[in-house]
Design a protein around this ligand. Structure first.
Ligand SMILES: O=P(O)(O)OC[C@H]1O[C@@H](O)[C@H](O)[C@@H]1O
Length: 276
């Protein structure tokens, strides 16, 4: 398998130049000396973030180049999927953005599309020949680094609960704590934080979720858990956006990956550990 690593191009000798035209558009150019040496039947994978629209275009440009060079087997490994959270029409007048991204990817006809911890099952339902890579190994690595036993796993909302139960059986975790919240889709305001747990006296709680964006979900959940006696609250999120910074009230330690971007000030695992 030959890898086009668009995430850490500085770390490997890749046959590809990622440049930018003066007007800001992505400009890709394969290094033909290296490419010519490859058998066209060699499976090729493109490892990329799709954090912004230009990332998607770059991937499509590389795929198009590989198509006209007649490579037969091209896979896409996606660390972060553009529009994964827009997995339905939220409000009147808004698009079904994930469907648009899926249609574009489907048109490119990758042999396989691997997606690291997508927000919901809608991504893999819409993208042809795709499957999800779970966060299990990443969370296991974070817990090993953190090193405190025992702990309870916390699902911050109903949407994450099914995944948390699968994770708990993978890790052999004894306890799962279920939390709930409500989000006003118009304002984004979070309210009504609740949990099924009665007493968390002295416990270490590990909240696991796909994305930390503004962090409101996790500040609210941490306040709830600490109000029930939790001694420590750790946050483990696959995709660290941290739009309001990586410091979140009530969270004692944060683990993430560089799936969306490199994050300063947070313990960050390289995504290539989980996607290759
Ligand atoms: O509260 P913030 O960090 O803004 O948003 C993160 C939450 O929003 C959801 O899409 C994610 O799955 C996560 O539960």
């Amino acid at each position: 398998m030959y890898t086009f690593n668009l995430i850490y191009p500085n770390l490997s000798d890749i046959p590809f130049h990622a440049m930018v035209f003066p007007d800001g558009q992505p400009h890709v150019k394969l290094k033909m000396e290296a490419i010519k040496a490859l058998d066209r039947a060699t499976p090729v994978r493109i490892l990329s973030r799709l954090s912004h629209a230009n990332d998607l275009m770059t991937v499509l440009f590389v795929k198009n180049t590989l198509d006209y060079l007649e490579f037969e087997h091209v896979e896409l490994h996606v660390s972060y999927l553009l529009a994964a959270r827009m997995d339905r029409v939220m409000l009147d007048g808004e698009p079904f953005s994930l469907k648009v991204v899926a249609q574009v990817l489907n048109q490119a006809q990758f042999r396989k599309v691997k997606i690291f911890d997508p927000h919901s099952e809608v991504s893999t339902a819409l993208i042809d020949r795709s499957y999800a890579v779970s966060n299990h190994t990443f969370v296991q690595g974070a817990l090993k680094d953190f090193g405190v036993e025992p702990y309870c796993l916390v699902s911050p909302d109903a949407g994450a609960l099914k995944k948390i139960h699968k994770l708990a059986s993978f890790l052999g975790a004894a306890e799962v704590v279920e939390c709930m919240k409500e989000r006003d889709l118009r304002t984004g305001a979070l309210t009504h934080f609740k949990t099924t747990a009665d007493d968390l006296e002295g416990k270490t709680c590990v909240i696991v979720d796909d994305i930390c964006d503004g962090g409101g979900t996790f500040a609210g959940t941490a306040a709830l858990l600490k109000g029930k006696g939790a001694a420590m609250v750790v946050l483990v999120v696959s995709h660290g956006i941290f739009s309001k910074g990586p410091v979140i009230d009530g969270i004692d330690k944060i683990y993430t990956t560089d799936s969306y971007r490199l994050v300063e000030g947070v313990h960050t695992f390289p995504i290539s550990n989980f996607l290759l």
